[in-house]
Design a protein around this ligand. Structure first.
Ligand code: SF4
Length: 427
């Protein structure tokens, strides 16, 4: 089958991120003997025109469109990122009768809603490698695509069964300039290459949608394969990487093995990752530094013990402090994040969060006001119970939880806090 894979570029509203998920699909499709072509699209008229030209030249039998983000998760300046998906889908349909299949992390959170909104023909909710290839086989054999996990159609709503990949090592990782290409206007020196060695998260933070995208079982690639992928990108001149695993340090045994593999197979790589501030001892911090870790996102999200419990975090503030000091001792920079306004938030807890932030030696800080409400999360249920949303409300257009009564106060408090730290880097 001839497959055109289209990436919806929306990351110019945030840090540039190469399309890892679509790259994995490209590598998977190729490994099954299909022909593919890649296109990075925006909703700019010139980009849509170029897309239609590519479609007419390549004559795809299937078009796969990645919807990675639903919105920018910013209550104060919301951007709805499915609008470009709709426009790109319309351009695809104008240029070809081939079916448009939508997938990606954003799609997986709202499969029925996004399929209806964008006008796509089919969708795959979950990790697409196996299910998308199975769908291509059905199309090739003109068979009914029945029973494919995650497959969604306008007359076949999502049945709750996510497309999954049980053995990550059975699928090839994407190669630079072959399965992943950077959008033309991006400065490659500032682009971080995402590398994913694990999918899923066994934890269950109250606001998080990861379990509904990747599942709660942690699936791991061999550390050597992941490190080898870093080296392949280094061979093409890339030097900066983002290890996009949900919690780099969990489990610690795997994290140590990955550090060892990176040190041996990709010396000179500089990378960042996300740390769950627990279970990170001195040996692991040292191994990370030796393997090229320059900075981490320290995922504590709050500075009040009650709010950490409300978020279902499995650590306390002392543990965050301990991990932060340990990372600093090994020269690893840290970004800290506050997620304010969630269920149970009070003026007092916000003040404690600010004081905790001030007590850490962070290199950058991000403060988010209000929690984006995602389906099938504890925050969703709390939002329904408090009347913030209705149970049958379509929350594809972003809806946020802010503890009732705190809305205006919180905005002013955050502005004052930021103004009182003119030398801090706020992301
Ligand atoms: S640790 Fe991270 S990925 Fe896992 S549930 Fe919590 S927020 Fe989500």
């Amino acid at each position: 089958m001839k497959v055109l894979l289209i990436y919806t570029v929306t990351e110019n509203v945030n840090i540039p991120v190469l399309p890892l998920g679509l790259g994995c699909i490209a590598a998977a499709v190729e490994s099954k003997g299909h022909e593919f072509s890649l296109f990075n699209a925006t909703d700019d008229p010139e980009s849509l025109k170029a897309l239609k030209e590519r479609i007419r030249e390549f004559r795809p039998q299937v078009m796969g469109l990645c919807a990675r983000n639903v919105d920018n998760q910013d209550r104060t300046n919301p951007l709805f990122l499915i609008e470009p998906v709709k426009e790109i889908t319309a351009a695809c349909k104008e240029a070809s009768a081939a079916p448009v299949v939508i997938g990606g992390a954003g799609f997986t959170m709202f499969p029925d809603e996004i399929l209806a909104y964008s006008g796509g023909d089919l969708g795959i909710a979950g990790q697409g490698e196996e299910s998308f290839c199975e769908l291509l086989d059905c199309m090739e054999q003109e068979a009914q695509p029945d029973g494919i996990p995650g497959l969604v159609a306008p007359d076949k709503p999502f049945d709750g069964r996510l497309a999954a990949v049980r053995n990550l090592d059975a699928w090839p990782l994407p190669l630079p300039e072959k399965h992943i290409i950077a959008p033309e206007h991006w400065d490659l020196k500032s682009v971080m290459v995402p590398i994913q060695s694990r999918r899923g998260c066994a934890l269950d933070c109250s606001y998080c949608s990861t379990k509904n995208i990747e599942g709660r079982i942690l699936h791991k690639r061999s550390p050597e394969t992941a490190a080898e992928n870093v080296r392949q990108f280094m061979d093409k001149g890339f030097r900066c990487f983002f290890i996009a695993d949900n919690t780099f340090n969990l489990p610690p045994s795997y994290a140590r093995a990955l550090c060892k593999a990176l040190e041996e197979r990709a010396p000179g790589a500089k990378w960042q990752g996300i740390i769950y501030p627990n279970m990170l001892d001195d040996d692991l911090a040292q191994a990370m530094a030796r393997a090229g870790c320059k900075a981490v996102s320290l995922g504590f999200e709050h500075g009040d013990e009650d709010m950490l419990r409300a978020f279902n975090k499995k650590f306390g503030l002392e543990k965050v402090r301990e991990v932060s000091k340990r990372l600093k001792a090994h020269g690893i920079g840290q970004g800290g994040f506050l997620l304010l306004g969630g269920p149970g938030e009070t003026k007092e807890s916000v003040k404690k969060a600010f004081a905790f932030m001030e007590s850490l030696e962070l290199d950058a800080v991000r403060i988010t006001q209000g929690i984006r409400i995602y389906p099938k999360t504890a925050v969703y249920e709390q939002a329904v119970a408090k009347g913030v949303i209705k149970r049958d409300q379509n929350i594809l257009h972003p809806a946020f939880y802010v503890e009732p009564g705190l809305e205006d106060w919180l905005q002013n408090a955050v502005a004052e806090f930021q103004a009182s730290h003119p030398d801090w880097v706020f992301l």
